[in-house]
Ligand binder design. Structure first.
Ligand SMILES: NC(=[NH2+])NCCC[C@H](N)C(=O)O
Length: 415
């Protein structure tokens, strides 16, 4: 039990506000079930060395614990699910959710057996797809990309509606946690569900500030998903402008956060070919006279133009991969543009993206590896004005096609 004062269960005022609490998933048994036969279906391009991936992930968790300095800074999604499963209704709801979301898997044939599993048994089924009777589901190796399970905006949360069958169970996992875990009792009415026929994944949403969010219209988030999310946010939260970024529908840029993330409120790491060179792909969505049944889409040439227009601030764009177009593409593929900000100006990325780190250094960041950061700071967080880019060794993790931002779902940050 933590001695620190409790944090709000949901509170994200901005993308880089000092982190208080984050949900992660350290890869486990489910990752060891990815094989050449099912890898493509499970959205993996390669077979990860699980033990090494776990160590890399453990370092990420230690970084968060050290930098945040609270012992409840990091929550594991499987622990939350297991705790939620203490309630009978949660286990029933989870099975009902799977049946409803994945009618093609015919889980109803084993409905009573699944509902009869205890918390351990159902957790194992949820992550590995294995049960003590002849029903199987896909394992969920993408659970480590907790970002995509939901998106917290202010004190509200949008539940994801995964675009792919491989990730559909993860949406049900997160839905069960928000609906049944006691941690979310007070904020349950702030959980926003989108219509069944749209897709939306958390990696497509970035919170600029209390008034502005960005949403990618991508391989994973449909136009209907963007518009439904925009309408809900404009209606129910302090958000006044939703900037929609139309992305190529391609694996390398599956979510907006694969090509654009914030290092501090005015510094972003960007993949130039999409964010700077492409034109006419950005729209500002607003409610006409505050009426969310009447949405207006104002086209803007670039994301920069849209951002500057609605926030009145100016932004520095640091190039993922630096100036060389080949390095830009190589480093984008290994999530060079997918930085996670622990607080403004304290970011973590993958060590291998060296040209991106050179570009950050040129922007005034001190570059340190994760081990030195941990040795140096132990459990005292660095002074809040230092600009630091931490290099996490992620040779295994990066093969999952997600970076530090994808592996984190912040629940609470300070303003
Ligand atoms: N927010 C992100 N960019 N997430 C990356 C998810 C990667 C994962 N293998 C997938 O294809 O779904």
């Amino acid at each position: 039990m933590s001695a620190e004062p409790a944090v709000a269960p949901l509170h994200i005022p901005s993308e880089t506000g000092p982190l208080q609490q984050v949900v992660v998933h350290t890869p486990g048994e489910e990752m060891a079930l990815v094989s050449p036969e099912n890898a493509e279906e499970l959205l993996f391009d390669d077979i990860l060395f699980v033990e090494e991936a776990r160590e890399e992930h453990a370092t990420l968790v230690r970084l968060f614990q050290a930098a945040v300095g609270r012992d409840d800074a990091v929550l594991q999604v499987t622990a939350l699910l297991h705790e939620a499963f203490d309630a009978d209704e949660a286990r029933t709801a989870f099975v009902d959710g799977l049946i409803e979301r994945m009618p093609y898997r015919n889980f109803e044939a084993y409905e009573s057996e699944l509902k009869g599993l205890d918390a351990d048994g159902l957790l194992r089924f949820a992550t590995t797809g294995q049960a003590p009777f002849p029903v199987t589901a896909l394992p969920t190796p993408n659970l480590m990309f907790t970002r995509d399970l939901s998106a917290v905006v202010g004190g509200h949360v949008l539940l994801s509606h995964a675009a792919t069958a491989a990730r559909a169970p993860e949406s049900v996992i997160m839905e069960t946690i928000y609906a049944h875990h006691p941690r979310f009792d007070e904020v349950r009415e702030n959980v926003i569900e989108l219509p069944d026929d749209v897709s939306f994944e958390g990696g497509d949403l970035l919170v600029v500030d209390e008034r502005v969010v960005l949403i990618g219209q991508s391989e994973r988030t449909s136009l209907g998903g963007v518009l439904a999310a925009a309408r809900e946010l404009l209606e129910r939260t302090s958000v006044e402008h939703v900037i929609m970024v139309n992305l190529p529908k391609a694996r390398y840029c599956m979510h907006l956060d694969t090509v654009f993330t914030f290092a501090d409120p005015e510094t972003c790491v960007v993949f130039p070919p999409i964010i700077e060179d492409a034109q006419d792909h950005t729209f500002v969505i607003e409610a006409v006279d505050g009426d969310t049944s009447d949405l207006r889409l104002r086209p803007r040439r670039t994301l920069r133009e849209a951002l500057e227009d609605v926030t009145g601030r100016t932004y520095s764009f640091v190039k993922c991969g630096g100036d060389d177009p080949v390095r830009q593409r190589r480093e984008q593929w290994t999530d060079g543009a997918n930085l996670f900000a622990i607080r403004p100006g304290l970011v973590v990325g993958y060590d291998r993206n060296r040209a991106t780190y050179d570009a950050l250094r040129a922007e005034g960041f001190h570059v340190v590896d994760a081990e030195s950061f941990l040795d140096f700071y132990g459990d005292t967080a660095p002074s809040s004005d230092a600009r630091i880019a931490v290099r996490l060794s992620g040779n295994e993790l990066s093969r999952g096609r997600g970076g530090p931002r994808c592996m984190t779902m912040p629940l609470a940050r300070t303003a």
